[in-house]
Design a protein around this ligand. Structure first.
Ligand SMILES: Nc1ncnc2c1ncn2[C@@H]1O[C@H](COP(=O)(O)OP(=O)(O)OP(=O)(O)O)[C@@H](O)[C@H]1O
Ligand SMILES: [Mg+2]
Length: 271
């Protein structure tokens, strides 16, 4: 059975000048347990908005979002909050860590709503998860004292600590170097497969997208599936993306022909 299903989902907002901005248009998407889906798309194409809808943090303007077959709009708020807390692990694009609270307190937070053993062992569980993201030595540091990449890893530990059935990761490696990014992605995969959870990753990095089983592109609010030729595109991303950036910074003349978005432009849309 599907874990989360979007049918004919649209999202629009009214701007201050009274014009209507259509952010998402006619989205159909089904995510099952154990799925790993990647979504790519240019800035402003609606990726974070889509993730918020999947995670039941936001409601669509039209269409249906259903969790385990049950339409979210029919749920009462208390039940929806419980369902989301128990099942959804968010890695927010802006991390959304609590300022002035330690890494440990931030990661323990989702378990504060748990019951029984899960509640009483929350300190140990949070410490272990921080160790798994390589921050066992910084559990008493606050976000202000951590680097961007360290804050991102705290955000990932917080998303995973309650073993969610749906992990929604918005640019989870955006602040990380290639190596740390790869180990964090391996951790997301590992935790997801341990719990047969679904993992939805938004990314600009084709090497990260290549880890997913299904690939989608958002273009001005329209979602379409595409086939990612993993070897060709990952190589292309390395060769013309990373290498071009390195060259561009070393040699200003090379920057003029560097494609600002080399990897994504090379992705072929098959449907
Ligand atoms: N509440 C809102 N009010 C007005 N505009 C909004 C609102 N939420 C989103 N938007 C607009 O909708 C568009 C899509 O936003 P969204 O954050 O989903 O993009 P994104 O694909 O995640 O971009 P990025 O890659 O830069 O994170 C943007 O133009 C954004 O300004
Ligand atoms: Mg975004």
């Amino acid at each position: 059975m599907s874990l989360v299903r979007l049918e004919g989902v649209t999202k629009h907002v009214m701007l201050p000048d009274d014009t209507r901005l259509d952010i998402l248009r006619g989205i159909d998407l089904e995510i099952a347990a154990g799925d790993h889906v990647a979504v790519v798309g240019r800035s402003g194409s609606g990726k974070s908005t889509l993730l918020n809808l999947m995670g039941m943090l936001d409601a669509p303007s039209d269409g249906t979002v259903a969790f385990r077959g049950e339409p979210v709009r029919r749920m009462r708020k208390a039940r929806l909050d419980r369902l989301r807390g128990r099942n959804v692990g968010f890695v927010f694009q802006q991390f959304n860590l609590l300022a002035g609270r330690t890494a440990l307190e931030n990661v323990m937070m989702p378990l504060g709503y748990a019951r029984g053993r899960e509640f009483w062992t929350r300190r140990t569980a949070a410490t272990r998860m921080l160790e798994r993201v390589g921050l066992g030595h910084r559990i008493e540091s606050t976000p202000e004292q951590l680097s961007g990449g360290e804050q991102q890893r705290v955000a990932i530990a917080r998303a995973l600590v309650r073993r969610p059935t749906l992990i929604l990761a918005d640019e989870p490696t955006g602040a990380l170097d290639v190596e740390t990014g790869a180990s964090v992605m391996a951790l997301l995969d590992e935790i997801a497969s341990e719990a047969d959870a679904a993992l939805v990753t938004i990314t600009h990095d084709l090497n990260v997208a290549a880890r997913a089983r299904r690939h989608y592109r958002l273009d001005a609010g329209v979602l379409s599936a595409f086939a990612l030729d993993v070897s060709a595109n990952a190589d292309a991303a390395d060769a013309s993306g990373l290498a071009a950036n390195v060259e561009a910074s070393a040699d200003p003349a090379a920057a003029t022909d560097a494609d600002p978005n080399p990897a994504l432009d090379r992705v072929e849309v098959s449907s």
